[in-house]
Design a binder for this molecule. Sequence first.
Ligand code: GLN
Length: 493
Amino acid sequence: MTQLHNMTVAQLAQTLKTKQASAVEVATAFLARTGGNPHNAFLDINSEVTLAQAQASDARIAAGTAGALEGVPIAHKDVFVTRDFATTAGSKILSGYRSPFDATVVQKLGAGVNAQGGAGMVSLGKVNCDEFAMGSANENSAYGAVTNPWDTSRVPGGSSGGSAAAVAARLAPAATGTDTGGSIRQPASFCGITGIKPTYGRASRYGMIAYASSLDQAGPMARTAEDCALLLSAMCGADLDRDSTSLDVPAENFSAKLGDNLLGLRIGIPKEFFGEGLAADVRTAIDAALKTLEAQGAKLVPITLPRTELAIPVYYIIAPAEASSNLSRFDGVKFGHRASAYTDLVSMYKKTRAEGFGEEVKRRIMTGAYVLSHGYYDAYYLQAQKIRRMIADDFQRAFAECDVIAGPVAPSVAWKLGNNASDPLADYLADIFTLPASLAGLPGMSIPVGFGEGHMPVGMQLIGNYLQEARLLNVAHQYQLATDHHLQQPEGI
Ligand code: GLN
């Protein structure tokens, strides 16, 4: 039998179902690996809570009431609120915060509402992330950077860097992530795993600490497309009473079409994704992956996404604008940290926020307040909203000619820790290929397609039209049947 920590979600589900291992045995195997907190991936671990959940899973398995992924462990990004683990969103301002409830996604993947109707997964704890999910390298966490399991002198990507590192280092078979401008796809790419951000509105945002509400989406990160399909099927579904932007579409079984062949599939290749800014090693790996897909019956169709470059300024206006509003709730009154010395209410607000927020979060709040302020709103925020619509329209024109779009996730492989420390713009620019789909609200995923400089993983991005997650997962799964990049693992793991 494969060692438990080397099993995929699908294999673990099968092992548990056939009673070759109990949920407690599986949880114990993973808890043993998280000791010493490798890669600084975890922010909260509580073996008592995890083992109690595993025992409940074993009881459901014995009673014949097991959920779809009963007993399989998962780690949650620390932007999902959880009752049984601390929640900080990677910020000092939320240190010591305990949520009175679980985020909808956590509930659905776990035991469900009142221990019913969930997938039955066991939570291994909370994983590190950039503060309030702002970042591309996981260097903005108040609790320290996460390191990349492939090379610990490099970043794991961000903001879901803890999720990606945990899966790559086999500390968890799967993790949740959130993607506002690329935070599932880019760390998945940097750590050589598979991740998917569904269509905006597919997964409930209830209990997901808000960064930029019109962009934030939850999604799974795991080793294979097959696993992502299982996880996404459990995560999605309308949550109309609790999330005002939840899509009123029925839950879907994203595993159903994984086996379809790719004959005649039209893959759009946006010329703007293959320009000067793309590193040669990344390009080589993507080109080879496209050749594989062609050999499987797909056709490559040249397309254009002419406003790709504009996605950067547009996103870095809209996201901070929304963040400046969302983060106003952290004032020392309702949640987490409160300054100890202050003179009056306003000084308490000021000191709490000055002490509690990190540098990047403050930068975004200031940018956001600026672009929304009287006199600048029309010049920046309104213009950005107009171009956002044009970017979405560009995608619709492209999808008239193709079924899915393929390209790089990021211009380079994972960079060295500290590389961009004095230049936040360098991180922003590296988001160029993930931001367009985010602004349009489209589903996107990252799959490992090989290795580049320093034997670092390269991810390929697949973008689909609205609600076409099943198609993306099908393409990714077929590719993974023909290749073994997703099976590679960092040395010493
Ligand atoms: N790097 C982007 C940002 O810092 C995206 C982050 C995300 O998707 N959460 O805003």
